[in-house]
Structures are given as structure tokens and as C-alpha cells.
Design a binder for this molecule. Sequence first.
Ligand code: PMT
Length: 426
Amino acid sequence: MISKLEHMKTASEPSCLRGKHILLAVSAGIAAYKAPLIVRTLRAVGAQVQVVLSANAHHFVTPTTLQAVTGSPVRQDMWDEAAEAAMGHIELARWADIVLVAPATANTLAKLAHGMADDLLSTTCLATQAPIVVAPAMNQRMYQHPATQANLKAVQALGYHIVGPDSGEQACGDDGPGRMSEPDELVAFLASLQVTSVLSGQHVMITAGPTLEPIDPVRYISNHSSGLQGLSIAEAAKAAGAEVILIAGPRVAASSAGIQRLNVVTALEMQSAVQEHLAGIDIFIGVAAVADYRPKLVEQVKMKRSGGESGSLTLEFVENPDIIAGVAQHRPKPLVIGFAAETNNTLEHARAKRIRKQLDAIVLNDIADPSIGFNSLHNAATLIFEHGEITLPKQTKRQLADTLISQLVLIFASQIADTNPGSMSE
Ligand code: PMT
């Protein structure tokens, strides 16, 4: 018998990659010079590695070097008859347990985001069912360009994992975000993906996104939540082996197959969906930015300007039910984790909110920093629970989701085990 806690510790070690098939997909950026080191780090922990190069990557790293360190022919041409005869690109896609795209240039990211398949690397990524990990590396201006940021969001919505980039001095002389993460960090991330069973047997419900409260047929009140953080947690919980129900507000991007999803619009609809499916839920994570109030009356026809002298309009609002506080009253009580986005006295407000709503833990986002929280690719948080607080530094929302799941399993190990003792052994 291995406890989940022990399993997770063992599985997070890079040695859990022993025997795994890692397909390293190298695109044409200066960071490609680190590809042989990635291969060596992976082989040192016992992984089997094959390399596929994008059309121009050979300008930055030679196939001969990569062949020497992998011990296998390097693949770079879809039309290479000999290579295709030995292992066709579809077989290569099936061979991989994990695909690591490192470095991922702006061009490769754009191709992945739009499902293009015009060279062996992009075709293989499209054909594989293995998890895809993307390590962006490019000039800091290219990285910060809205098109690249949109492509990053798009690949994340497809369920790809993004690692890095780091910030610092760049090969071109610029300083800023765009340096590829170091090989040992990439390998550690791949190892963390092997933590597949820490939530097996657990039923997890997650709310994500905003709610939208109609005023009349054309107007509503809402907030800036994109749903990406909630969606990322749903994907991370599923990757950790849980059965996941995602209650998604408007605008939340597509979730992967295998996640049971219920789309809702208003807070009342979200509450009904949550209550209806709560029986048998072991862990509830409320990430949604639920509107606290809704208009008391929803006009059935479009409201017209009054033309009156005051030039103002007064709407009366009523309070929406507190969905997560209701979940915390449910018996048997699931493990209940809330989120709090705060702008001032953040710790004080979040701690009080956790106690007031009777939550087991709350994840605080300091949204005074516009680069995290609402509608951004990144997040940073403080995980607050009864006996401690843990800082989760700025990272992509998917990385934060994976870290959060790991931390919750560690902190609430006995409680998670109690809800489903059978899932503790292997
Ligand atoms: O969606 P993204 O763009 O990715 O952004 C993510 C996020 C910033 C929305 C997310 O990380 C976050 O912080 N969500 C909580 C937002 C918030 O301020 O919640 P709150 O303080 O209003 O509510 C606290 C908790 O109670 C939350 O778990 C919320 O889901 C829950 N709640 C709130 C009101 C209500 N009527 N019912 C609830 O269940």
C-alpha cells in the first residue's frame, strides 16, 4: 500500500520519467542550442527520447548532435521516405507519452494555436493524444505582442501546458520575458505531469467564469472574469485522475473531453446546477466570480431613455445567494475551497471570508496587480487554510492549477483519503 501522499512525492521525482517516451519537438530559435542538454537530462532519469525538428531548427542545432545524444535518428522531414518507413509520423505521435515543444518560437506557437500542420513538428503535435508541454522562447517584444499572448491563451485553452518563459537578458541584447526555462525545470515539469492518480476516485466540482445578470433583453451587469483559472483547475483535477464537473459561466473557453460541463448564465442558474449535482462530490472549488447582486426586476422589453429631466436611472438590486456558503452547509460536507479576488487589505479580507463562509481553504488573488487575476494568462496567489498560508508565486494559470492541486492533496491528505479510502492504495 502506498499512500497518495507518498505516491505524489515519488511521482514528482524526475525518476518517475524512467521508461517514458518523450518526443522533444525543437523549433527554430536560439534556445535550440539547449536541446542536447534537455535530451541528456531526460536520458539521465531513464526516459527514452526522440527528437523532431521544425523546418528551420537545424540552423540553430545540428541533427548530428541530437542524433548522438539521443542515439536515434532525428526527424525533420515529412517526405523522408526512409524515416517514414521506419516510423511514420502518426506512429511517432502515438509513440510519445509526452511531447515537449522546446523551444517554442512565436511562429510555432501560432501554428499550434491554429491547428496548422505544414511541417513534421506541427503535424505530429496535431496527431498526438499525448500531453503537450510548450516552452516559449523568443524576443521579449515578440513574447509580449498581443498576437503571441492570444496564441498562448489559445494553446492553453486546448489543454497544452505552458512552462515559462523566464525573464532576463536575451541573446539579442534585450532584457525581459522570453528566455526558455532551464532544462532541469522543464524535466521537473514533465515529472509533475506523471502525478496522474492523486485524485483518482475523487469527484470534484468546479465553478468558473463570471455570472451575467440581465437588466433587460440587451443589457446586463457582470465582471471581467474569463474563466481561465477555473477551467485550468478543472483540467488539472482531471489530469490528476478526478471525475470533474465544471459549472461554467458565460465566455469560458472549451474544456477537454472527459470533463462533465454545465453551462450557466446567472448566479441563480449556477446555484441550481451546483445544488443539483452536489450529491457525491468530494471536493468543491469555487473559482467563479459570482455577481453578488442582480437587478430586482428584469425588464421584458428593451428599456428606453426616459427623456426626463434628471438624466439618471436608478435600478434596484437584490442579493444573490452565496453558492459556496451553501455548499459548506451540505452534509456530508465536501472539502470546500474558495477563491477571493481582493484589491486592498487583501490578507485580512480573504482570511475573514474563509471563516465567514466556513471554507476549508481560500485562494487569495491580489488583483491590484493587473498582470494577474481577472482575464490574464498568469496568476499569483496565497493559499490560506486553518493552520497556515502558502505563497504561490506568479505563474501561468495552468501551472498554478497544478500546484494548487498538489498542495491541496498534501494539506488535506487525510480528509481526501477519508472520502474515498479505496483510492489510497495502488
Ligand atoms: O476567470 P479568470 O479571468 O481566470 O480570473 C480568475 C479569478 C480572478 C476570477 C479567480 O481567480 C477568483 O479570484 N475568483 C473569485 C472572485 C471573487 O472575488 O470572488 P468573491 O470574493 O466574490 O467570492 C469569494 C468566494 O465565494 C468565491 O469562491 C466565489 O466563487 C464564491 N461566491 C461568491 C459570491 C456568491 N454569490 N456565491 C459564491 O459562491
